[in-house]
Design a protein around this ligand. Structure first.
Ligand SMILES: Cc1ncc(C[n+]2csc(CCOP(=O)(O)OP(=O)(O)O)c2C)c(N)n1
Ligand SMILES: [Mg+2]
Length: 739
């Protein structure tokens, strides 16, 4: 154990009294540390017993990681600092204030499990009252979120008015807490340092000098894979040492005294505003990876025995005895007390009520604010029309979808200081002195959708991200968890995939998996789609069904300027995460232009628009297929007197089943048209529902028109053949009408 130091302290008579401390830890704190470490180990042991008795269903232990966890907690403040711990951080959570009973409620999957209400495996910590944020099983996803969390804390400290509550939108339900000098703690295993998101997080924290403590708990194994296979040279400290602005510590994480001193120095570095800290703690893993793993299959006894000699729990016990801080009786008393308490807690947890099956849909979406409700339905407030000579609204007043998205972003940023925008190229100019000096005009997005916003709102609120999509979505998720409203941009749908882990396993399930303790309402704007004449494979993709297949994510896909404005406003004000798909081909199309509808115009989610009413067949579509379907329908009417009812879904999740059902009951024929590849596409689900629920109303098979089951090619002849054209739609509608 580490060397002893003596600190001068004043006693109650203001006489300097020497209190012996161990690198800042008092004897009492060391006794507390032992208490917590022993408790942590015994909760693991109890869970293992319960698992063997089949009374709990999974076990993963924090054994071997206890000392550094307690040390980190002692150096930081629960309910003040923020914590993104991973599954080995049982001792950290206990030291922050979580109780063994709460942990055992998690193990049995009780309704009152504060981490998830029985939805997540045990050791997936979430304690709202302590600022311990909900964690997933995915290794590494927490790291970028922690960075976003730290950014949010800094933002609120700089813009305290943004933290204010406001009625009528998501802010009403989002309490914001922040401290000027808070720290975000995030931990991970040695294996997890191989994930790209780890490096993205270090890069951003370093670059922005964020007060984040990254803690790598290096037990030298990721399940059975040893550290030298994960990490070039076998030591992560060596690899990260070049990141600027960091404070680095590499320590024996089985020694609480050493670890505490290291975390203190790390916290001091963060508090001084110097930037992040990296604590590389060497620990052991005495209980295999989890109860589903037997490390004897890949670790010889010699190695396991060497580890056992470093076990932090007996080591601290020996230290307390050697230093005369506790005698054997004292140790026994503490241990007995803990054993009895855990026994009682386990008995109580086994009796606890389990969650009821009918609760499974609770908290998939916000229970507070329903974006399909009338609260999100407002009438457009168009300015009095300036009429041209022909009496029609002047062309200048008709705005493109790009114009109205830009205006909506501007309006919402004026209204709500929590709205911030970042992404690739979204700023006017990162080197702001160039725009300030009027040397350049500024860019504002590759499609110019965010043009002028950085100039108006400043670089705190509109800024460029690194070229890293997981970075964008992961950080935004962390920020939104704290109450900011990021409206981030993914430059092309084709490049959304690096963010897929955050989009599938994190953002949409934060509310559900934490049983409503946490939420991350934010907006991801994505330029999508083809018909670009030369867009080719990597600038033309659709693929919306992948996201409508993810519970918890709202998916919107407008076809015209007015809907885009109204739906984007709903997306920003609502309390759920929203994927806002903007068709590139529609950005500046003549079709669907509209005058500015005012700063409060909203379209509720899940309400389709009847583009044209009809009686003979129903066409259900959205996005850039809407104008093509309209063209086909008008031609069919002109040439064959077939009356088509054209439905623009506008919102894909939720979608307007009522509008579809009412129309199909009237026309008895349904065609679903979409730009994505035919097979497994969005229309497949609609077709299946119509077949299932409207079978008796059908006079013809349900038909689909979509892209071929290929990617989109560059040569326009190929692109035309691949994507559904008005002529394809015309043919399919005609055949269906004639069936
Ligand atoms: C993204 C992802 N890939 C794979 C897994 C399966 N898995 C769970 S833990 C683990 C090893 C993690 O090792 P390490 O980061 O060293 O942490 P340790 O368990 O050793 O503390 C793996 C591969 C996962 N949970 N998430
Ligand atoms: Mg490991």
């Amino acid at each position: 154990m580490a060397t002893t130091k003596v600190d001068p302290k004043l006693n109650e008579n203001n006489i300097a009294k020497k209190v012996k401390t161990y690198q800042g830890l008092t004897s009492q704190q060391l006794i507390d540390a032992y208490r917590i470490m022993f408790t942590s180990r015994r909760v693991d042991d109890r869970e293992i017993l319960l698992k063997r008795q089949q009374k709990v269903f999974f076990q993963i232990s924090g054994a071997g990681h206890e000392a550094m966890g307690v040390a980190a907690a002692f150096a930081l403040k629960p309910a003040y600092d923020w914590f993104y711990p991973y599954y080995r951080d049982r001792a950290l959570c206990l030291a922050l204030g979580a109780t063994p009973y709460e942990m055992l409620l998690g193990a049995v999957g009780a309704a009152d499990d504060p981490s998830s209400g029985g939805r997540q495996m045990p050791s997936h910590w979430a304690y709202k009252r302590l600022n311990v944020v909900t964690q997933s099983s995915a290794t590494g996803t927490q790291i970028l979120q922690a960075v976003g969390c730290a950014e949010a804390g800094r933002y609120f400290a700089k813009h305290p008015n943004a933290a204010r509550k406001a009625e009528g939108d998501y802010r009403q339900f989002k309490d914001v807490q922040f401290q000027g000098d808070e720290i975000t703690y995030v931990s991970l295993g040695d294996g997890t340092t191989s994930e790209g998101e780890f490096w993205e997080a270090l890069n951003t924290a370093s670059n922005r000098r964020l007060p984040v403590i990254f803690c790598v708990e290096d037990n030298e194994y990721a399940i059975s894979v040893p550290v030298e296979v994960q990490t070039s040279g076998g030591n992560i400290s060596r690899l990260v040492s070049g990141f600027p602005n960091f404070h680095f510590e590499e320590i024996d994480g089985t020694d609480p005294v050493v670890a505490y001193a290291a975390f203190k120095r790390a916290a001091d570095h963060c508090h001084a505003g110097n930037g992040p800290a990296f604590v590389h703690a060497h620990v052991i893993r005495p209980y295999s990876h989890s109860l589903s793993d037997d490390e004897r299959l890949y670790r010889p006894d010699s190695e396991r025995q060497a580890d056992a000699a470093r076990d932090p729990v007996p080591r601290l016990q020996m230290f307390l005895l050697r230093e005369g801080i506790l005698d054997e009786k004292g140790i026994n008393r503490i241990e007995k007390e803990i054993e009895e308490q855990i026994q009682a807690d386990a008995d109580r947890a086994l009796e606890a009520a389990v969650p009821q099956p009918e609760t499974i849909y609770n908290y998939v979406y916000s229970p507070h604010l329903d974006p399909t409700s009338a609260a999100f339905e407002t009438r457009p407030a168009f300015a009095a029309p300036e009429t041209a000579a022909d009496g029609k609204r002047s062309a200048a007043q008709n705005k493109t979808m790009a114009d109205l998205i830009n205006t909506t972003l501007r309006d919402e940023m004026r209204r709500d200081e929590r709205v911030i925008i970042f992404g690739e190229d979204v700023a006017d100019c990162s080197r702001e002195e160039y725009v300030k000096g009027k040397l350049v005009k500024g860019k504002g997005g590759v499609f110019k959708l965010t043009a002028g916003l950085q100039i108006e709102f400043g670089s705190d609120r509109v800024f460029n991200s690194p070229l890293a999509e997981a970075n964008i979505v992961g950080r935004a998720t962390g920020m939104a968890t704290r109450g900011l409203k990021p409206v981030v941009e993914i430059q092309f749908f084709d490049y959304i995939w690096p963010a897929m882990m955050q989009l599938r396993d994190e953002l949409p399930i934060i509310r559900w998996r934490s049983n409503n303790a946490f939420s991350a309402p934010l907006v991801i704007r994505v330029a999508i789609g083809g018909y670009l004449t030369g867009g080719a494979i990597y600038h033309s993709q659709c693929g919306e069904s992948i996201f409508t297949h993810t519970p918890g994510l709202r998916v919107v896909f407008p076809s015209n300027a007015l809907d885009a404005a109204g739906l984007l406003r709903t997306a920003i004000r609502c309390d759920d995460p929203v994927l806002f798909l903007e068709h590139k081909r529609l950005y500046r199309e003549t079709y669907g232009r509209a005058p500015y509808p005012g700063p409060d115009y909203m379209v509720p989610f899940g309400k389709a628009k009847i583009v044209q009413p009809g009686t003979d067949l129903t066409v259900i579509t959205y996005g850039a297929v809407v104008p093509r379907a309209l063209q086909a329908a008008q031609k069919l009417e002109r040439e064959h007197q077939v009356s088509v009812e054209l439905i623009d879904l506008r919102c894909l999740n939720p979608f307007d089943w009522d509008a579809i059902a009412a129309s199909v009951k009237k026309t008895n024929r349904a065609l679903i048209a979409y730009e994505d590849s035919l097979s497994w596409g969005y229309g497949a689900e609609i077709a299946a529902r119509i077949a299932d629920q409207l079978f008796h109303h059908l006079d013809a098979p349900v038909k689909r028109v979509a892209a071929t089951d290929t990617f989109v090619a560059y040569q326009p002849i190929l692109e035309n053949a691949i994507l559904p054209q008005a002529s394809d739609l015309f043919r399919a509608m005609k055949e269906l009408a004639e069936f």
